[in-house]
Design a protein around this ligand. Structure first.
Ligand code: AOF
Ligand code: ZN
Length: 398
């Protein structure tokens, strides 16, 4: 953590062109996928206030938003000297999977940087100081509340030092993930399966329960339309107290498999984080899905809804510890990464994120954003919905 930020500027410190560019940057950021990295958008503004180039981040391992915007400008032959980089997150300062954005901005001759919120991620933080040391004028705090909201759950995961959690359910219209006899291949359309395998190829780990391994014997690899393994494979994690059979398909032959001997989703996430996982997709079955949802640990929910009815069989969820409607978990549609609702062949793909807890708004927060702290305190409370113990009672053996 970088701690509290003290250098936010009054709203008047930003020009109309910078404010408009931040709107564009926030919009552009939504095109990226959720996961280990935040959604980030960037716009380069010319000295005359015109928007010269827009970029956004396409997920872990790809160019950062600032580098993307600079590349767009360079390929269009635009001179960036004296321009302003408007970006939704503090430019990074580290050589991670891509180079440091602060240095790329300095090298491009950009004179000013306006960003919304600090980067809370230790290895990446400190870009503002590097930029200032190089003589770049840096201002922050523009649209801070919206930028925090954009990556509300990512900030939460970073603060908690746990992986970002995507939960995936492939179900019928009546919320079944398998028929009475256990058959479950394939409820989803080929397009939904392809979409799921695309996600598998960009996450760090995929998680199922021992029950799923024993019943379905899945491979959990990322495969293309021909069934061939794609280049990057996620770690295959199996949680639960029962052993993973020696001949289970999930073991594969590349050693990228991990047994997490626990039924507690918090413990499972801690183990995965220690193993280097920053984005995990939880695939099932019902007990695992319910446990993660019950604990408020799901940052992104993807439901593949097939136009199919079973009327009986395995329900997607087996209890969230909710006894009355007032305790219902509320979700909101997520416009990021392909939108909230999409047709995938004959299926519907629903994309949601947990609704932020309704907390009284501090009027000062909207008038003049002062720090990340106020908003992160607010977002932390979103996890308070289901009580830990309540979900625990819903869990049997995985
Ligand atoms: C930026 N611009 O567009 C993003 C940033 O593994 P890497 O190299 O992609 O680094 C990931 C970290 O960089 C991520 O956790 C966050 O702190 C920052 N993300 N920073 O300047 C961007 N996506
Ligand atoms: Zn960067």
């Amino acid at each position: 953590m970088t701690g509290l930020q003290t250098n936010h500027q009054p709203v008047s410190a930003f020009t109309a062109a910078e404010t408009a560019a931040m709107d564009t940057a926030l919009e552009a950021a939504l095109q990226g996928p959720r996961g280990a990295n935040p959604l980030v958008g960037a716009v380069v503004v010319g000295p005359d206030g015109s928007q010269l180039a827009t970029g956004y981040h396409r997920g872990a391992g790809t160019a950062h938003a600032e580098a993307d915007a600079i590349a767009v400008a360079v390929s269009a032959g635009v001179d960036l000297h004296g321009s302003t980089m408007v970006v939704t997150l503090e430019p990074c300062n580290h050589v991670g999977r891509t180079g440091p954005c602060a240095q790329a901005i300095i090298d491009a001759g950009i004179a000013n940087v306006v960003y919304a919120v600090d980067d809370p991620h230790d290895p990446a933080a400190g870009g503002a100081a590097t930029l200032r040391a190089a003589g770049v004028s840096v201002r922050s705090g523009l649209a801070a509340e919206r930028a925090l909201e954009l990556n509300r759950r990512w900030f939460q995961a970073v603060d908690a030092k746990r992986p970002f959690v995507t939960l995936h359910i492939a179900q019928t219209m009546d919320s079944r993930i398998a028929a009475e006899d256990g058959t479950s291949q394939w409820i989803s359309s080929p397009e939904s399966l392809a979409d799921n395998h695309g996600i598998r190829s960009r996450i760090d780990a995929i998680l199922v329960g021992t029950q799923t391994v024993l019943v379905d014997n899945p491979r959990l690899t990322a495969r293309d339309a021909n069934g061939d393994a794609t280049g990057k494979q996620p770690l295959r994690a199996v949680m639960g107290l029962r052993d993973v059979p020696e001949d289970a398909a999930v073991r594969g032959d590349d050693g990228k498999v991990l047994h997490l001997p626990t039924r507690d989703p918090h413990e499972a996430l801690a183990m995965l984080f220690t193993a280097g996982t920053r984005h995990v997709m939880v695939e099932g079955g019902s007990k695992i899905l319910s446990a993660f949802l019950g604990e408020g640990l799901v940052d992104e929910l993807i439901v593949y809804l097939a136009p199919t009815l079973l009327g009986s069989g395995t329900p997607a969820l087996n209890g969230l510890g909710i006894g009355t409607l007032a305790e219902a978990q509320r979700w909101e549609w997520d416009a990021a990464s392909g939108g909230a609702v999409q047709f995938l062949g004959r299926d519907l793909r629903l994309h949601l994120l947990p609704e932020a807890a309704a907390v009284p708004q501090d009027p000062r927060a909207t008038a003049q954003p002062t720090s990340r702290q106020s908003a992160s305190t607010q977002s932390t409370s979103t996890d308070s919905l289901p009580a830990r113990t309540a979900a625990g009672t819903a869990m049997g053996g995985y």
